[in-house]
Design a protein around this ligand. Structure first.
Ligand SMILES: Nc1ncnc2c1ncn2[C@@H]1O[C@H](COP(=O)(O)OP(=O)(O)OP(=O)(O)O)[C@@H](O)[C@H]1O
Length: 270
């Protein structure tokens, strides 16, 4: 942790104040209910720009639910109620009604590659076309830049018109990342993006994530502790809907403050 970092305890969550880093996402006292059932309890944390923030914790602890609050994906689920505040670039995202704009700014990559049954090119061009971009040259440029950004251009440049579904799982996941990049987001949310991939594809996606953080703020849910340790700057440990500990990843994995964090990362439960 930087010498200047100050820790402040607030409502069960740990806030990290880092004066030299821009706060991209600021979450305060966030509660979420699925109907009567509360899934998130008073979460407060800051996510910093151009960093990778990992969300870890046992199954059902609320990691994906929390991730989905950051681009209002939970709005699509009936009976969800949210209290508290999430600011992105100082804007309260639950007060801003332009959800489409929010989801452009905050892209998402899911656990399983969810490509459309169309060509590689059309998958990546889909979002920009939906935004009204028709110019062929412009679209070509976006597709190429996005595929380069997702470190898959060299592998697919000669078969852009082939079906995206013919690619390997790892390639498909990188096309999903290219598809997210094509929307020019600031933030990319990733929900266990490598859990369906073999070790080599996982490594490629991890390398990609590390390289991407210079351009994006990345929040990733992972069950893979080594992955969190390898690629993230900060880690939040969730348990039963609460953030138990949030800190520099190196600190979480070498000297956690809370016994429950230690028990989890040493494999004693979960
Ligand atoms: N659509 C939903 N409706 C009702 N309850 C839900 C819904 N989605 C999740 N939950 C509940 O909210 C809690 C948190 O689930 P969530 O999927 O966020 O956990 P998670 O930590 O991401 O789990 P996993 O690691 O298994 O994906 C769980 O008890 C889950 O059953």
């Amino acid at each position: 942790m930087s010498a200047k970092a100050i820790k402040v305890r607030m409502n069960n969550s740990t806030l990290l104040e880092q004066p030299n880093k821009e706060v991209k996402i600021s979450v305060r006292n966030l509660d979420l209910f699925y109907g009567e059932k509360q899934a998130l309890y008073s979460i407060s944390l800051d996510i910093h720009e151009n960093e990778v923030t990992a969300l870890i914790g046992p199954s059902g602890c609320g990691k994906s639910t929390f991730l989905r609050t950051l681009n209002r994906m939970n709005d699509l689920i009936d009976g969800v109620k949210i209290n508290g505040k999430i600011m992105i670039d100082q804007e309260d995202i639950y007060k801003t009604t332009d959800v489409i704009k929010l989801r452009t700014k905050v892209g998402m990559v899911f656990q399983k590659a969810n490509l459309f049954p169309m060509s590689i090119y059309d998958n990546v061009a889909y979002g920009p076309r939906m935004q009204g971009i028709k110019n062929k040259k412009k679209l070509n440029e976006i597709v190429e830049n996005s595929l380069r950004g997702a470190a898959i251009w060299d592998e697919v440049k000669d078969r852009l018109k082939a079906s995206a579904l013919g690619l390997s799982g790892g390639q498909q996941q990188r096309i999903c990342i290219a598809r997210a990049i094509a929307m020019k987001p600031d933030i990319i949310l990733m929900d266990e993006p490598t859990s369906a991939l073999d070790p080599i594809s996982t490594l490629k996606v991890e390398e990609l994530i590390e390289n991407m953080k210079k351009d994006y703020t990345i929040v990733i849910v992972t069950h893979n502790m080594q992955q969190a340790a390898r690629i993230s700057d900060k880690t939040a440990f969730f348990l039963s809907g609460e953030v138990i500990e949030y800190d520099e990843t190196s600190k979480i994995f070498s000297m956690p403050s809370d016994q429950r964090t230690e028990d989890y990362i040493t494999g004693r439960f979960g």
